[in-house]
Design a protein around this ligand. Sequence first.
Ligand code: GLC
Length: 538
Amino acid sequence: MVLDRSKNGSADGPWWRDATVYQVYVRSFADADGDGVGDLPGITARLPHLADLGVDAVWLTPFYRSPQHDHGYDVADYRDVDPLFGDLGDAERLVEAAHGLGLRVIVDLVPNHTSSEHAWFRAAVEAGPGSPERARYHFRPPSPEPPNNWRSVFGGSAWTRVDDGSEDPEWYLHLFDSTQPDLDWQHPEVGDMFVDVLRFWLDRGVDGFRVDVAHGLVKAPGLPDHDDPDLPPPGRDDSMVARDRADEPMWDQPGVHEVYRRWHDVLAAYSAQGAERMMVAEAWTPDAESMSRYVRADEFQQAFNFAWLLAPWSASAFAGVVADTLEAVGRVDASATWVLSNHDVVRHPTRYAAGATPERGLARARAATLTMLALPGSAYLYQGEELGLPEADVAPEHRTDPSWFRTGEVGRDGCRVPLPWEGDEPPYGFGPAPAGSQPWLPQPAEWASLSVAVQQADDDSTLAFYRRALAARREVLPGVPREVTVEVDGDVLVLRRGDLVCQLNCGESAVEPPSGEVLACSGPVPGAADTATWVRAG
Ligand code: GLC
């Protein structure tokens, strides 16, 4: 299939290098069949919204067969679509429609664990201790205490006794929910199975993969105790950047890189025959240097740069992340990525509102977005951020996140509430269900004024801002150098790429914007507090 290679943020190079990628959380984007849960035909019908927005690619969260204990990150069959979301034909039609609009499609791959309902795990339960079926997972003999002190990312022990009907059952490892048993990547069949899965989706035309928990597949030999078992897992606190996580036996082990070298070759063979394919790592690593190991020339094309998302609202913190990131990826000749929100974290307008007001939170969110759009590399956007959606307050009786059930902490439902498209009442055009009926997570009443339809008609809306910003990125970035100069003056960050100057004012009062022609601005007044401004230096 020939795609329109219209310019994105890059003058040359592969499509993914300076792409803007829009993350679709499949359950919550658009619901075609009216059951209150988003689906593939719903996404296909709404793809023109993404083409109009001006993104280059779509990343779809898992839509494979799954009991949905972790909303699809518990896969029971990697080669089929869950009936909740449609069927294989719907997936193929989505890819074709996206390509027809010039949008690439990235799908999610979940290799660290399967669902406990995957045929392999069922066979393992059935076959019993010592069986070859159990060797594909991390089973350990019965004992009064779990085999080691590892904690689940979702809370509690990372070990559960298998429910196989025996009196003294074995333990199995799950770094996430107990319905997500970890695969043993030392077992050759595991690696072979995922190569087949990659090929299955590449043969259906997908352009790339987002690889879930890419830093977790390989565990330290012998599964030794963690020195500090109560240390929050990577990404679950905001101090990871400063911590030394070198000795965590379940994360970032050297063996993971062999897995990705093999996958790199699989993708390269497809790229050689047609459109370029890519993979992006979800790897929560302690610093930019360890992140850069995932993007060496024979591994991933990209890795999420969570340091940008974790940075506080501070010119010097942002400057540090930009400098460290560009230095680290530059060392391995890779390109950077930038991300502020996704389906696992509190939406960025709400994060930036802490200690301020919701209005300032939104202004800062827009400013941080415009700043990241000025940087070389890919920007990943999360659905609804183009509407400036805040984190929703989901009442306890509606929460569904497994981490809520395991820890009693609020969890991630608040960033996963279905999008408001139009109308005065839920489901706000999310699907054809009767007016007044709520989708799988209830939509707040205030979202009526945040719908796509309302914002489309308002030139000052966040949606109008995103469209202008993405258009400016396409227009301006291909003509400027990739090298970035980073300066901090008090609370003001200034990034320069040739004659493009991006000023971000993190302070309390207005400053002079850089002199020259204003190309884009995140708020009404260039140079104002909580504002980013792009200027072509005069
Ligand atoms: C990743 C996903 C998250 C999921 C977890 C387990 O972090 O982004 O949503 O719960 O992996 O698969």
